[in-house]
Ligand binder design. Structure first.
Ligand code: SF4
Ligand code: SF4
Length: 93
């Protein structure tokens, strides 16, 4: 039986911190200067979502892959690893 990516992601478990480990530094840059809004497409967990006139950050689902740290052309994302004990725990199998 084949296993889909969605099935594999479902195996992950999260310990969610109240404090986001991801922050957009300047929403004005996102809306006025960022032509392609890459963060909406490069994140495998769809953490970044266009919500009206701002980019929402649903950090709870972050897989800690690091893509958005280098993918934002304006270096407008502040990212750190979640505090110890928080974040994603990958399970395989
Ligand atoms: S890629 Fe960077 S500047 Fe562009 S919308 Fe996303 S966070 Fe904002
Ligand atoms: S680190 Fe990876 S999963 Fe987390 S928000 Fe950035 S691109 Fe998405």
């Amino acid at each position: 039986m084949s296993v889909s990516v969605e099935d594999k992601l479902f195996l992950n478990r999260y310990q969610v911190d109240e404090d986001s480990h991801i922050r957009i530094l300047n929403q004005d840059i996102c809306l006025q200067e960022c032509e392609n809004q890459e963060c909406l497409y490069i994140c495998p967990a769809n953490v970044y979502q266009l919500e009206g006139d701002r980019i929402g950050v649903h950090y709870e689902g972050c897989l800690e892959c690091g893509t958005c740290r280098i993918g934002c052309p304006h270096l407008n994302i502040e990212w750190r690893f979640p505090r110890g004990g928080f974040g994603v725990r990958h399970k395989f199998g």
